[in-house]
Design a protein around this ligand. Structure first.
Ligand SMILES: Cc1cc2nc3c(=O)[nH]c(=O)nc-3n(C[C@H](O)[C@H](O)[C@H](O)COP(=O)(O)O)c2cc1C
Length: 213
């Protein structure tokens, strides 16, 4: 890959090597869902590295509102129970057998699941230090860091934010009571398929430069 740093900046403090490495990782990051993950376990140190990267995210007021729970190995039985709890709210009063099996199958469909929680900083009177929106944005920064590190380490994964991944019963089971929120799960594992490629619509559609008047 050629350097993205213009040569006329070579005398500046910008170091092309880390800038190019950062951009290469940004380009490599792809969302890869359950069907693209191998069942093989992932070494805990790999996950810890990703979580360390997440923990270096910015947050307004240094609130650091990201909260993660990692489910792997037999720990996924606990996750299956949480997914079942989401079905338990159905009118019948208890999960149908199919739903129970579905919950278990889903929990074991990835070797590692990381719940993405947002726990806002609060003042003594219980009010929020920062707006909920800012706290959610900080968590998104943390997840991006996590995903970038996963990609750099060759681990495939995806942020899932629908259905049971944001279910209130699952949130409760994770201790994320309001004003805390469950923003989804990051599921990951070694890639079982080719690494995905992607594209973006032109930047010119999204950027407006104002350089003189
Ligand atoms: C906040 C957030 C939530 C997402 N939720 C889902 C989801 O529920 N299901 C899904 O298939 N993809 C989900 N994605 C992944 C996007 O579909 C994906 O980022 C997009 O298609 C671009 O692909 P890329 O990540 O490989 O660049 C989510 C991404 C973000 C940032």
């Amino acid at each position: 890959m050629t350097s993205v740093i213009p040569t006329d900046l070579s005398a500046s403090p910008i170091d092309a090597e880390p800038a190019d490495a950062a951009f290469a990782t940004i380009l490599r990051r792809r969302s890869m869902g359950l069907s693209r993950l191998k069942p093989d376990p992932v070494d805990r140190r790999i996950i810890e590295r990703m979580l360390e990267a997440a923990n270096w995210a910015p947050s307004h007021g240094d609130t650091e509102p990201w909260r993660f729970t990692v489910f792997s190995g037999e720990g996924r039985e606990t996750l299956a129970e949480l997914f079942e709890a989401a079905h338990r709210r159905e009118p019948a009063g208890g999960p149908a057998r199919g739903a129970q099996e579905g919950a278990r199958k889903r929990a074991f469909a990835a070797p590692v699941w990381i719940s993405i929680g947002m726990s806002p900083a609060r003042k003594e009177d219980g009010s929020l230090v920062m707006s909920e929106e800012e706290e959610v944005m900080a968590v998104a920064c943390a997840v991006q860091n996590l995903h970038l590190m996963a990609s750099a380490l060759g681990l495939a994964g995806m942020w899932h934010s629908k259905g049971v991944s944001v279910d209130p019963a699952v949130a409760r089971g994770l201790g994320l009571e309001p004003p805390a929120r469950l923003l989804g799960f990051f599921m990951c594992g070694w890639p079982a398929t080719d690494w995905l490629t992607s594209a973006r619509r032109p930047l010119s559609e999204k950027v407006h430069w104002v350089e003189s008047r």
